[in-house]
Write a protein that binds this ligand. Structure first.
Ligand SMILES: *[C@@H]1O[C@H](CO)[C@@H](O)[C@H](O)[C@H]1NC(C)=O
Length: 209
C-alpha cells in the first residue's frame, strides 16, 4: 500500500504556477491554462491596493475579486464567483483544452480615478479525478488472479495427494510381491528337499534290491 500512497501524493500536484501581477482596479486580467479533462485546479489569490498616502500596499476589506473561468472549446463558464481580497477558487475541468481564467476587482472608482492592484496568484493544477472505475477493475483483476492462483494451489495439492496414494499402493503391492516371492522360494526349497529325500530313499531301495 505504501508505494501507492506515495504515488498518489506525488500525483496530486502536477504543476503549480505562482504569479505576481499588477493591474488597474478597472482592468480585467486573464490567463489561458491548458488542461486535461477531469483535472482539478485550485487557485489562491491575495490582492493589495496601493495606498497613495502611505505609499504602501495594503489589503482592502471592501475590495472583492471576481473570478471567472471559461472553457474555451465549449464556451461554458466553469467558475463565476466573487470573493474577498484574499481568497481561493477551485474547479474541475470537464473537457480537455484551453481554459480562460479571468480576475478583476469590484472597485468602482470615479471617472479617471483608477487604483493599482498588486496580486499574488498561485494556481495548482492537480491530478485527474481519482479514477474509481479503473481502480475497481484493477482490484477485480487482482482478485481474479488470486482466485486463479488459489485454484491452481488446490489442484497441485490434489495432485500431490493422488501421487502419495499411488505411491502407497505401489509400496503395498511391491511388499506383497516380495513376501510372495519369499514364500515361493520357501516352497521351492521344500519341494527340492522333499525330492532329494524321496530320491535318496528310492535310490537306496533300488541299490539294495
Ligand atoms: C466588493 O466585494 C467585497 C467582498 O465580497 C464586498 O464586501 C463589497 O461590498 C463589494 N463592493 C462592491 C462595490 O460591490
Amino acid at each position: 500500500m505504501r508505494p501507492l500512497l506515495v504515488w498518489t501524493a506525488l500525483s496530486v500536484v502536477q504543476s503549480a504556477l505562482a504569479l505576481h501581477i499588477y493591474f488597474d482596479s478597472n482592468e480585467k486580467r486573464c490567463f489561458l491554462e491548458e488542461l486535461a479533462s477531469e483535472t482539478i485546479v485550485e487557485g489562491h489569490y491575495r490582492a493589495f491596493l496601493y495606498d497613495e498616502d502611505s505609499k504602501n500596499w495594503k489589503s482592502e476589506e471592501t475590495m472583492g475579486i471576481h473570478v471567472n473561468v471559461e472553457e474555451l472549446s465549449t464556451g461554458h463558464t466553469v467558475v463565476n464567483t466573487r470573493g474577498p481580497s484574499d481568497g481561493r477558487f477551485t474547479f474541475t475541468s470537464h473537457d480537455a483544452g484551453d481554459h480562460k481564467i479571468c480576475l478583476h476587482s469590484n472597485i468602482t472608482g470615479g471617472w479617471l480615478t483608477t487604483q493599482v492592484i498588486k496580486m499574488y496568484l498561485d494556481i495548482n493544477v492537480g491530478t485527474s479525478k481519482v479514477d474509481i472505475d479503473s481502480d475497481i477493475s484493477h482490484v477485480t483483476t487482482i482478485v481474479t488472479k488470486l482466485r486463479d492462483l488459489n485454484k491452481k494451489v488446490t489442484d497441485i495439492q490434489r495432485e500431490q495427494r493422488y501421487m502419495r496414494e499411488v505411491e502407497a499402493e505401489f509400496r503395498d503391492l511391491s511388499e506383497a510381491t516380495n513376501s510372495r516371492a519369499v514364500w515361493w522360494s520357501l516352497v521351492q526349497i521344500l519341494v527340492l528337499v522333499g525330492t532329494a529325500i524321496w530320491q535318496m530313499r528310492h535310490l537306496r531301495v533300488s541299490l539294495i534290491v
